[in-house]
Design a protein around this ligand. Structure first.
Ligand SMILES: NC(=O)c1ccc[n+]([C@@H]2O[C@H](COP(=O)([O-])OP(=O)(O)OC[C@H]3O[C@@H](n4cnc5c(N)ncnc54)[C@H](OP(=O)(O)O)[C@@H]3O)[C@@H](O)[C@H]2O)c1
Length: 262
C-alpha cells in the first residue's frame, strides 16, 4: 500500500464524488486522503467509509501538511475556482469533470497548465470519446446537413446544455471549419432554422444519468448518433483512471484522449 497514490477529492458529497469514492475504495493503487465538501456541510467530520477500516473523514479544508499526488474535482461551477486554486497552491496534478464553466474559468484552466498537469473532460466515458470521433467524421461527411444536439439528464443538474453536448457541438463546428460560438443556437424560439447552425435541446427529468443524440438531417433522411449512460460509475472509473495516469507527469494540458488512446 506504500506506493499507492494519495488522492484529494474535491466535491466529495455529490453524486459523482460518491461514485469516485466507491471506485477509489476498490483500487489498491490509489488512496483517498482527503474528501473535501463545502466548509459548512453537515458531512464535515463524518466518516467517509463508515463500514470499513479506513479512517478518512469528510473535511471542509485541506490539512496544510497533507501529502497528496493528485486532486480530482467533480463539484459545481461555483466551486471549481476553489478546487483549481488548491491544486495550484499544492502543485497537484488537477483532474476535473465539473461542467458549466465560463470563459474566465476555461482561461484559468489553460493558464494553470503552465505550472501543473491538468486534465479536464466534459465526459469521462470511453463511449463518449468514441462518439466524439464518429460525430466529427459524420460532420465532415455531410457538411451541409442540419445538425441538432439533444441531451437528457437528471433533475438535479445545474447547467444546460450539458458540458458533453457543448463538447459534441464544438466537434461538429471544428470538423466543418466553423466558429462554434457563432453557429450555436440554444433556442429556436421565434426563428426559422438558419443554415449552418447547430441547435441544442435539453431535457431534465428524474434520475436520467446522461443521454446525448447528435442528429444530422437533410430532406428525406437523417443520421442519429446516440450515447446513453445508465450508470455514473463509468464517469467515475474514467476520472480515476485519468488521475492514475496524470500523477507524476510534467505540467501541461492533457486530454482524456491522451489517457484512452495513448
Ligand atoms: N465529466 C464527466 O464525465 C461528468 C459526469 C457527470 C457529471 N459531471 C459534472 O460533474 C459535476 C458534479 O456532478 P454531480 O452529479 O456530482 O453534481 P452534484 O450531485 O450536484 O454534486 C456537486 C457537489 O459539489 C459540492 N460543492 C459545492 N460547493 C463546494 C465546495 N466549495 N467545496 C466542495 N464541494 C462543493 C456540492 O455540495 P453540497 O451537496 O453540500 O451542495 C455537491 O455535493 C457537475 O458539474 C456535472 O455536470 C461530469
Amino acid at each position: 500500500m506504500s506506493s499507492s497514490i494519495p488522492v484529494v477529492l474535491h466535491g466529495a458529497a455529490g453524486r459523482m464524488g460518491q461514485a469516485i469514492l466507491r471506485v477509489l475504495d476498490e483500487r489498491a493503487d490509489l488512496t483517498p486522503v482527503a474528501a473535501l465538501v463545502r466548509a459548512d456541510s453537515a458531512r464535515v467530520g463524518q466518516p467517509v467509509y463508515p463500514f470499513s477500516e479506513r479512517t478518512l473523514r469528510y473535511a471542509g479544508t485541506l490539512a496544510p501538511d497533507l501529502a497528496a499526488s493528485v486532486l480530482i474535482d467533480f463539484s459545481v461551477a461555483d466551486a471549481f475556482d476553489h478546487g483549481l486554486a488548491l491544486a495550484l497552491e499544492r502543485k497537484l496534478p488537477f483532474v476535473s469533470g465539473t461542467t458549466g464553466l465560463d470563459a474566465r474559468q476555461r482561461a484559468a484552466l489553460e493558464r494553470a497548465a503552465a505550472s501543473i498537469p491538468t486534465l479536464w473532460a466534459a465526459n469521462f466515458s470511453l463511449g463518449v470519446a468514441v462518439l466524439a470521433k464518429l460525430v466529427a467524421a459524420a460532420a465532415r461527411a455531410v457538411p451541409e446537413w442540419d445538425c441538432e444536439i439533444a441531451e437528457a439528464h437528471h433533475a438535479g443538474k445545474h447547467d444546460a446544455p450539458s458540458g458533453t453536448g457543448l463538447m459534441l457541438g464544438r466537434e461538429v463546428a471544428a470538423a466543418r471549419g466553423q466558429d462554434f460560438d457563432a453557429v450555436a443556437r440554444y433556442s429556436h424560439a421565434g426563428n426559422a432554422r438558419a443554415r449552418g447552425t447547430i441547435g441544442f435541446a435539453s431535457t431534465r427529468a428524474a434520475d436520467i444519468v446522461g443521454e446525448h443524440t447528435v442528429m444530422f438531417a437533410t430532406a428525406g433522411e437523417r443520421i442519429e448518433l446516440v450515447h446513453r449512460a445508465t450508470d455514473r460509475m463509468i464517469f467515475a472509473r474514467g476520472a480515476v483512471a485519468a488521475a492514475r495516469w496524470i500523477a507524476g507527469r510534467p505540467a501541461g494540458r492533457y486530454s482524456l484522449e491522451d489517457v484512452i488512446f495513448s
